[in-house]
Design a protein around this ligand. Structure first.
Ligand SMILES: Nc1ncnc2c1ncn2[C@@H]1O[C@H](COP(=O)(O)OP(=O)(O)O)[C@@H](O)[C@H]1O
Ligand SMILES: [Mg+2]
Length: 375
């Protein structure tokens, strides 16, 4: 599923760029502030419609630009070829195109771009809000169940309508809305349960390969007392829901609890161990996606050297290599990249003050002699 060609303009400090990419590994190195993360940010902007660094896109727009333009040529093993175009104007308008035709939903671009980010902030998947972990599960469901996006939208609509009835204190209308709410809630819940059942063994396998000494468990909570029917829970909580003006229970409150000895992993594990667990979660998700769809995830690994120590870096690279997926890895130091990993097909890019150049030949010549890694 590689991105073959990538054009970016108007993103942070990056000079307009047009890169021919490797279907395998793309190393990007450069000094702090040179623009490495901004390249990954642009890819995520196309895939997810948002940045992983800021919730306000105005910060991504280069100071001297009035628009962000991103274009990608994608070759997908099962979907075929496509071109995605994204144009974002300073005023906020966004035009997204697939093969020249305007898209009305970000989901279509996301479908073409199954992207996973592993960066210095990803340990927050463990310590951050439950919403982050719900989004994590839903990424997995979305990319294998094509009906999921519509079902999710239906559920959101039902939730909104129910909350609006609660706010208006229209108790007599609640039974009507409860029925649709429960129906759509159970669809979402079932998808998540099914997914996690398949995901858990894959996660355990990958975590073991990354670090045998870390032992965590995953427990799914649907968002309501798991021993009760959702309808009964809603009936029981109706008065309180009415006072609060919103629905306390349902899939919007689901949680994936990641634990060590029954305690939250974020409270027990070291920062390094947390990063290992999150990397395992993300790689397992890509591996499962690959098994179930025959397609490959694109991995964006930002600042690899600060993420993991050498032993774990090596294990991570080995797992990504086994998946044979497209990978973008950034580092300040080019040796930190090339000394641990010498995949056959790789390109090395150097970024300096927002300018990027392909330096594959130079690096390959040096590192082939120096590399201590042979497999
Ligand atoms: N909106 C913007 N316009 C222009 N430059 C920006 C903008 N936002 C950030 N920058 C600059 O762009 C660079 C972004 O660097 P970044 O991609 O984070 O670098 P790296 O990952 O290589 O450390 C920084 O030097 C920062 O000062
Ligand atoms: Mg960076």
């Amino acid at each position: 599923m590689p991105i073959r060609q990538l054009k970016i303009s108007g993103v942070r400090n990056l000079q307009p760029l047009d890169l021919t990419l490797q279907p395998g590994v793309n190393f990007i190195y450069g000094d702090n502030g040179s623009g490495k993360t901004s390249i990954l940010e642009a890819i995520v902007l196309m895939a997810a419609g948002k940045s992983f660094r800021t919730s306000q896109l105005k910060h991504v727009l280069a100071h001297d630009a009035d628009r962000i333009e991103i274009q990608m040529d994608i070759d997908d093993e099962s979907l075929g070829h496509c071109q995605l175009d994204s144009l974002r104007l300073k005023g906020g308008d966004h035009l997204l195109k697939l093969n020249g035709s305007v898209l009305t939903s970000q989901a279509e671009a996301a479908h073409w771009l199954p992207v996973q980010v592993i960066d210095p902030t990803t340990f927050k998947l463990l310590s951050g809000s439950p919403e982050e972990r719900r989004q994590f599960i839903d990424w997995g469901v979305f990319h294998v169940e094509h009906s999921f996006m519509e079902q999710w939208k239906t559920f959101r609509k039902q939730l909104k309508q129910r909350n609006s009835v609660l706010k208006q204190k229209e108790a007599e209308w609640l039974p009507v809305w409860n029925k649709g709410f429960v129906e759509s809630a159970l669809v979402i819940d079932q998808h998540r349960r099914d997914y996690l059942k398949r995901f858990k063994p894959e996660f355990m396998r990958i975590l073991k390969a990354l670090d045998e000494s870390v032992d965590v468990s995953l427990a799914y909570y649907p968002g309501w007392d798991k021993d009760s029917a959702l309808q009964d829970v809603l009936d029981k909580q109706q008065e309180r829901d009415m006072v609060l003006g919103y629905t306390q229970s349902g899939p919007h409150r689901a949680e994936l609890r990641i634990k060590v000895d029954k305690q939250p992993a974020a409270e027990i594990l070291s920062r390094g161990q947390q990063k290992t667990v999150v990397a395992a979660l993300k790689i397992a998700q890509g591996a499962l996606f690959q098994q179930e769809s025959g397609r490959r995830t694109i991995y964006l690994v930002d600042d690899l050297a600060s993420e993991l120590d050498e032993k774990h870096r090596f294990a991570l690279c080995k797992l990504l290599e086994d998946l044979k997926c497209q990978v973008f890895i950034t580092s300040i130091d080019k040796d930190k990249l090339t000394d641990i990993w010498q995949p056959v097909a790789s390109t090395v890019f150097h970024v300096e003050h927002g300018r990027i150049e392909d330096v594959a030949q130079e690096i390959q010549g040096v590192t082939q002699e120096q590399s201590p890694v042979t497999d």
